[in-house]
Structures are given as C-alpha cells and as structure tokens.
Design a protein around this ligand. Structure first.
Ligand SMILES: [Zn+2]
Length: 305
C-alpha cells in the first residue's frame, strides 16, 4: 500500500513538467523583461547579457551554457548583435530545441522595424558591427510592442493551453505602454528636432521615435574606437550645429567624450540603452521613464534647443 502511494507520487512528479513553466533564456535583459511581461508565471526567464554590458561584446561564461542547456526557448536580438559571443554558447549547450532555426529559437528582430539597413555590398572589412542594419531597435517602444507580440505568438505555439493567458497579458502590457507613451511624448515634445551626438549608434530608433536628430558619433564607425582626426571633425561639426548634448552608453570610456565636451561646451550624459543598466531601470517601461527624465534634465541644464 505504502509502496503504491510512493509510486503514485513518483508518477505525479514525473507528469508535473508538462504543466511547468517554460524555461526561457533571453540574450538581453530587455528581451527578458518583454518575455516576463507577456509570459507572467507561465515562464521562467533568465537573461545572458547584463544591461550595463556592451551587448556586442559579452564575455562567455560556463554558466550561460548551463542556462541554455535547459531552455525551451531562446530569444535573441538578432541582426548579428550577439554574433561575437552567442553562437558558440548555443552549439555547446547541445540543446536541439534552441538551435538556430529550431522551434525554440526566436529572432526578435524579424518583426521589428529596423533602421540603417546597408545597401550594396556588406563588408566587415572596416570593422562595422552593424552589417545587417541597426540592432538597437528595442529603444523604440513601438518595437517593444512588436517584439512582445512575436513572443506571445511563440509562447502560444509552444504552450497552446495558455494562449489566452498570454494574449490577455499582452493586451494589458499594450495598454500600459500606450499610456506611458503619452507621458513620454509630453515630456519630450518641447524639444522636438533637438540635435545630439552619441558615442555608439545605439539610439537611431530612440531618436526617430522621440524627435531628436543625431548629427554625429564619437565612434568613426560602429565598434571602432575614436580616432584623433574623427574627434576633431566631430568637434567642428558640433560647434557649427551648436550641439550641447553628448550621449554616452555606460560601458564606454569617458576620456574622449569629456575632451569633446570641454571643446564644445556640451554636456556628457551617460544614458543606459538597456533594462538593468541602472538600478532604477527594473523593466522596459522604466527604461524610457529613466532615460527621458535624465535627457530632459540635461537639455534644461544646458539650455539646448
Ligand atoms: Zn551597436
């Protein structure tokens, strides 16, 4: 009798995983949060790159392989953002479910609006890390919405019994995002057309969405460190166009930005492009709340217009 009940319990325990949450690994904290927003308690989500790291260059750790080995779904930014570190981890995970092209592999860029898609021959000869268009597309909330939708469709296919749950979570997220967009538009509206310079090309979607004009970059090309001649050209251009805001991602050296700021009277503003980049940026909506507040304060401080 006792043996039978132990066997019954064991059978129940074995059956349990069928109803367990899906294990999701996201390449970045932004995608991890979007997955949590729509997946709720039907998903267990972990991310690989931390929000304060340069997502192009992430140091591979054995723990990442373990995460990937037990994943049902892998969500990636795509456009070769992770080309320098993710492919070997996927291979080494030996997890057939999440290999490129498998059912458990989701390239979030496929439904997003991508800017700066190169025309003509694609070459890495110059060290360009954006050969397939700009991969920092999550910085437009419209793309956050599109990616969340793609994640819902994928989760619903993998767990059809929960499809209605995921759809309801998406509808709720969509509503909160639309309300937040009204708030963000009101904050930034007075500064439409403001000219800025950024270190890396992380912000074209953000700039387009919020009406800013990026007139130059500290990097001569994406992924190439600043050179003296390019820096001199940039300083001249910033003076000519009276640019007072220089955005720098948290993982870049501030030496060149600060010398540019000294020459031009611009303010160096360190702004996080990702969830988790700063403590208060706990989710996707908080990312825009935090960044736009910083940006508006900097604009007001410099009197930039
Ligand atoms: Zn980039």
């Amino acid at each position: 009798m006792r043996l039978l009940s132990i066997l019954t319990l064991a059978a129940l325990a074995l059956a349990a995983p069928a109803h367990a949450a899906l294990n999701v690994v996201a390449a970045t904290e932004d995608l991890a949060d979007l997955t949590r927003q729509v997946g709720g308690d039907k998903v267990k989500v972990e991310s690989i790159a931390r929000g304060y790291q340069d997502p192009h260059f992430v140091e591979a750790k054995p723990s990442f392989i373990l995460k990937l080995a037990k994943a049902d779904l892998l969500v990636v930014v795509g456009r070769e953002l992770e080309i320098g570190w993710l492919p070997p981890l996927i291979t080494q995970s030996r997890n057939a479910k999440i290999q490129v092209g498998a059912e458990g592999y989701l390239d979030a860029s496929l439904t997003a609006r991508i800017l700066e898609i190169p025309t003509g021959q694609i070459t890495r000869a110059m060290g360009d890390v954006h050969p397939l268009g700009n991969p920092h597309y999550w910085l437009d909330p419209g793309n956050g919405r599109r990616v969340a939708q793609a994640i819902v469709e994928k989760l619903a296919r993998m767990s059809p019994g929960d499809a209605a749950y995921f759809q309801a979570r998406y509808a709720e997220f969509d509503k909160r995002l639309a309300e937040a967009e009204k708030r963000w538009d009101a904050m930034i509206a007075p500064y439409k057309g403001l000219k800025i310079v950024t270190y890396h090309r992380s912000w074209p979607n953000f700039a387009e969405r919020f009406g800013l004009e990026v007139v130059g970059y500290v990097e001569p090309r994406p992924g190439i460190p600043p050179s003296p001649s390019h820096t001199l050209d940039l300083i001249a251009e910033m003076k000519r166009q009276n640019v007072k805001i220089l955005l720098v991602e948290p993982y870049f050296d501030l030496k060149t930005p600060q010398s540019i700021a000294r020459e031009t009277g611009a303010k160096v503003l360190v702004m996080s492009p990702s969830v988790g980049g700063e403590k208060p940026i706990t989710d996707y909506l908080a990312l825009f709340d935090y960044d736009l507040k910083l940006l508006v304060a900097a604009i007001q401080e410099t009197g930039a217009k």
